[in-house]
Design a protein around this ligand. Structure first.
Ligand code: FAD
Length: 335
């Protein structure tokens, strides 16, 4: 366990924003969490930090940031076709996916190359290319930050939704997830290649876990900026969901608007298209702009401050409301 006071958070967030934390504590073992979470420390406000790839710091954090670095992948159960694995929260999500792909375990190949740690994956029910964490999720273990009671939540306890879960609503900032259990397939894999670009790229290729993962990586690299080059948090906003009557009136006005039918009542609209049509592609304010290949990604061109990024995001929101009467909701946690 290491405690840093008043240190920079620049290396702890993928927007590369240089804000400070009153206290940052790096913890390698769950047992050390109990040592650290004394009554005295619990008086401070707290934030659990993974890879910092879904957080925008707009000011110093006047509290305790817990960076959980516990490692390990354990086989819990298996039968002929499936395995149940428990992954410690401090593992990198992508390292875990690489491990699964190398072992030919199916289920997370579409989620290749998503930054961040395993412990954060349930928070917003990470998703990409037609697959969400909930599709393989079995349970997660953790500790309630106020009572220090331990819990194990099942899939239904977690109330997963599109880029959301109970950890973003009722239990926001109230828990620390210490490990996640996932169900993976050993055989009879159910590949998901419904996503248009993925399907097209795999047309002449044998469907294997490795080939799907490779294609996902290739598509992601062509579309998303590397945070080491341009600080970013991936999609800044969620794709808005609208009902059928709102959808009909939008399509009448904007026939080119890309959408995805969720069910008979609801449609998901492309936030990237709304931003693109609002002329943000070539805009740059105080070293902040959108990424040329994907306008849903806001990037730090240099030494932008968190506040500059937030102001830019607000300008996008206001313009999109003005143009389309749709309010974009942030996917990124703003602090
Ligand atoms: C280039 C790029 C591409 C991305 N692509 C995708 C994508 O395709 N799909 C997608 O869903 N996301 C994507 N993201 C967003 C991000 O990678 C995910 O949300 C990821 O799960 C965040 O993990 P993290 O460890 O960095 O979390 P952090 O940013 O550190 O934290 C995010 C939230 O989780 C909480 N948290 C973190 N760890 C714990 C824990 N152990 N217990 C309790 N709470 C915790 C934090 O308090 C915070 O509220 C992308 C980001 C980038 C930079």
């Amino acid at each position: 366990m290491e405690v840093f006071r008043n240190g920079s958070l620049k290396k702890f967030n993928t927007f590369n924003v240089d804000e400070k934390a009153k206290v940052l504590v790096e913890i390698d073992r769950v047992s050390d969490l109990f040592t650290f979470l004394t009554k005295e420390n619990q008086k401070d406000k707290m934030l659990v930090l993974g890879g910092g790839s879904n957080i925008l710091f707009t000011k110093s954090y006047e509290g305790i940031i817990i960076s959980l670095k516990n490692k390990g992948i354990k086989l819990i159960d298996e039968d002929e076709n499936n395995i149940l694995v428990e992954i410690s929260s401090g593992e990198s999500w992508n390292d875990f996916v690489v491990w699964a792909v190398e072992n030919n375990f199916g289920g997370v190949e579409n989620l290749s190359l998503i930054p961040g740690n395993v412990g954060a994956a349930p928070i917003q029910n990470i998703g990409a290319y037609g697959v969400e964490l909930k599709d393989v999720f079995y349970s997660c273990k953790g500790i309630m930050l106020d009572t220090l009671n331990e819990f194990e939540f099942t899939k239904s306890d977690c109330e997963f939704n599109y880029r959301s879960s109970i950890f973003k609503s009722t239990l926001k900032n109230k828990t620390i997830i210490t490990s996640v259990k996932l169900n993976l397939t050993k055989s009879k894999h159910n590949f998901n290649v419904d996503y248009k670009e993925l399907k097209e790229n795999l047309l002449d290729t044998e469907l294997t876990i490795k080939n799907i993962s490779d294609q996902v990586i290739q598509i992601r690299k062509s579309k998303l900026p590397d945070p080491k080059i341009f600080g970013n948090c991936g999609s800044f906003f969620k794709n808005p969901i609208i009902n059928i009557s709102r959808h009909e009136s939008l399509i009448n006005k904007f026939p080119d608007i890309p959408f995805f039918k969720i069910d008979n009542n609801n449609y998901k609209i492309s936030a990237a298209w709304l931003i693109d049509q609002s002329d943000f592609k070539n805009k740059k304010v105080k070293n902040v702009g959108v990424y040329s290949n994907q306008p849903l990604v806001i990037i730090n061109h240099g030494n932008a401050k968190g506040k500059d990024i937030l102001d830019f995001a607000k300008e996008i929101k206001e313009t999109v409301i003005g143009n389309f009467d749709i309010e974009l909701e942030e996917e990124v946690l703003i602090l």
